[in-house]
Ligand binder design. Structure first.
Ligand code: FE2
Length: 444
C-alpha cells in the first residue's frame, strides 16, 4: 500500500500505557516512520477520550496491565467507538493466555510481548496499518460504488420518466392532430358534397347525376382494389366532374348534346376546362383538376378537350367517363330493367369512348349499387301520387323536391316516417305529381 496513490498522508496511531517510559520509547520508535502521527494516552479513559476526538485513528496499541481498566477492557470499548481501527495488545509473558483469549474473541488483532524487538514491533504495526488501509480503501470504494449505483438508478428512473412523459406528450399531440385531421377531412368532404349539390341544382333533367356517378366510381375503384386515398379522390372528382356547368346558360343545360348547334357545342365542351379552373385555387382540390378536365376524353382519342387516348387519360377520368355514361342511360331506362338495359346500350362504346378493361368492374359495381331494383315476377312498377305511397313501396328513381333538392335516393323502401316527410315536402315544395315505385304484384 505504501506506493498506492490513495495512501493517506498520515495515519494516526494511539498508544495507551500508564508507564510513561514505555510510551516515550514507543513514540521514539514510531517517529521513524514519516506517516505515523502518534497520540498518547496514559490510561484507558484517556485513550477513549482521544478516540472520541479522533475518529480517524487507524491503529490502537494498548498495554494490558493498567490500573482501573485492563488493556483488553479498553480495547473492547475502543472497538465499539472505532470498529475499523486495528487493535494491538502489549503484554508481559504472564498475561499471554489472557491475550490469546482476547484475540480469539476478536477484540484484538494481534499481541506484542514486552519487552519487544523493535523490528518485530515495527513490522507488526506496518502490517496492521496495511490491514487498516485495505479495509478503509475497500469501504471507500464500496461506498463510492453504492453512491454511483444510486446516482445511476436515479438518473435511469428520471430518464425513463422523461421518455414516458415525452412519449405521452407525443401521443396526445398525435391523437389531437389525428382528430383535427379527421374533422378537417369530414368538413372538407361536406364542402365537396355541398358543391356537388350546387351542380345538381343546375341539372334539371337529373339532379342526382353527380352523386350517383360518384357512388358508382367509388364502387368501381373499390372493386379494383385501389387504395382508400384513390377511392376518396376519384369519388370527390366524380362529385365535382360537371362543376364547370354551373356558369352555363339555362337554355344550353336543358338540351341534350345531339340538340346543340356548333357554337353551343363549343360552349358546352368548355365545361371541363372551366371545372378544372374553378377548383384550381383550392390547394386540396388541385389534384382532382386533371380528372375533371379529362372526363370527356374518349378511349380512342376522339374526345375533348385534349384528345388524349388510352392510358394517357388518367384512370380516375376513365372511371368517371364509364360511370357517367352508365348513369345517363340508367336514367333513360328507369322504367324497365334499368341496369341490364343500360349495360346493353353501352355495347358500342367499349374501346371507342370507354376503356374496355373497365367493363367488368362496371357490371360488378352497378350490380352492387343498383341491383336491388331488379324486376321480378312478384314485383311491378306503379306510378303513385304522394298521398298514395304506402309502407313497403320502393322508389324506382331518386325523388327531388319541386325546386330540385334531393329528398330520397332511388331504391329507398318507404316506412311510416319516410311517408310523413314526403307528404310534408309535397306541401312546401311540390314535385311532379306521380312517383315511380315498385310494389308487390297483387292478384287482381
Ligand atoms: Fe361532363
Amino acid at each position: 500500500m505504501s506506493d498506492n496513490a490513495d495512501t493517506p498522508v498520515s495515519l494516526k496511531i494511539l498508544l495507551v500505557d500508564d508507564e510513561v517510559n514505555i510510551t516515550k520509547s514507543l513514540r521514539r520508535l514510531l517517529g521513524q516512520v514519516d506517516i505515523y502521527e502518534v497520540l498518547i494516552g496514559n490510561s484507558g479513559d484517556e485513550g477513549l477520550a482521544l478516540i472520541r476526538e479522533n475518529e480517524d485513528i487507524g491503529v490502537i496499541i494498548s498495554d494490558q496491565r493498567m490500573p482501573q481498566m485492563t488493556g483488553v477492557e479498553f480495547l473492547g470499548k475502543a472497538r465499539k467507538l472505532v470498529p475499523d481501527a486495528i487493535r494491538i495488545l502489549l503484554t508481559g509473558y504472564a498475561d499471554i493466555e489472557a491475550s490469546i483469549a482476547a484475540i480469539n474473541q476478536g477484540a484484538v488483532f494481534r499481541y506484542l510481548s514486552k519487552p519487544w524487538q523493535d523490528d518485530e514491533l515495527l513490522a507488526t504495526i506496518a502490517e496492521a496499518v496495511e490491514h487498516y488501509q485495505l479495509v478503509s480503501e475497500n469501504k471507500r470504494l464500496n461506498a463510492l460504488v453504492s453512491k454511483q449505483n444510486a446516482e445511476l438508478q436515479d438518473w435511469n428512473s428520471r430518464l425513463k420518466q422523461r421518455v414516458l412523459d415525452q412519449t405521452s406528450q407525443i401521443r396526445a399531440k398525435s391523437e389531437s392532430l389525428a382528430e383535427k385531421n379527421q374533422q378537417l377531412r369530414s368538413s372538407f368532404g361536406e364542402t365537396i358534397e355541398a358543391l356537388s349539390g350546387l351542380v345538381g341544382m343546375r341539372n334539371r333533367v337529373d339532379p342526382s347525376h353527380s352523386r350517383n356517378t360518384a357512388e358508382l366510381v367509388a364502387a368501381m375503384a373499390k372493386a379494383m382494389d385501389l387504395s382508400a386515398d384513390e377511392v376518396r379522390n376519384y369519388r370527390s372528382a366524380a362529385l365535382l366532374h360537371d362543376i364547370g356547368k354551373i356558369g352555363m346558360a339555362d337554355g344550353l343545360l336543358s338540351k341534350t348534346v345531339d340538340q346543340l348547334n356548333h357554337e353551343e357545342l363549343v360552349e358546352y365542351q368548355r365545361h371541363v376546362v372551366r371545372g378544372q379552373t374553378a377548383i384550381d385555387p383550392v390547394l386540396e382540390l388541385r389534384d382532382l383538376g386533371p380528372l375533371i378536365r379529362h372526363h370527356h376524353e374518349n378511349y380512342d382519342g376522339s374526345g375533348f378537350p385534349d384528345g388524349l387516348a388510352k392510358e394517357d387519360i388518367p384512370l380516375g377520368a376513365r372511371l368517371i367517363a364509364v360511370a357517367n355514361s352508365f348513369e345517363h342511360r340508367l336514367h333513360r331506362f328507369a322504367e324497365a330493367d334499368a341496369r341490364t338495359e343500360a349495360l346493353k346500350a353501352m355495347k358500342q362504346e367499349w374501346g371507342s369512348r370507354l376503356d374496355p378493361l373497365l367493363k367488368k368492374v362496371l357490371s360488378a359495381a352497378a350490380g352492387e349499387i343498383f341491383g336491388q331494383l331488379e324486376f321480378s315476377a312478384e314485383v311491378v312498377k306503379r306510378m303513385v301520387a304522394p298521398n298514395e305511397i304506402a309502407v313497403g313501396m320502393q322508389l324506382l328513381q331518386d325523388l327531388h323536391s319541386g325546386t330540385g333538392v334531393l329528398l330520397l335516393k332511388r331504391g329507398t323502401v318507404f316506412d311510416v316516417a319516410g311517408i310523413d316527410s314526403i307528404k310534408r315536402c309535397f306541401m312546401i315544395d311540390p314535385f311532379d305529381a306521380k312517383i315511380a315505385v315498385l310494389v308487390e304484384r297483387t292478384e287482381d
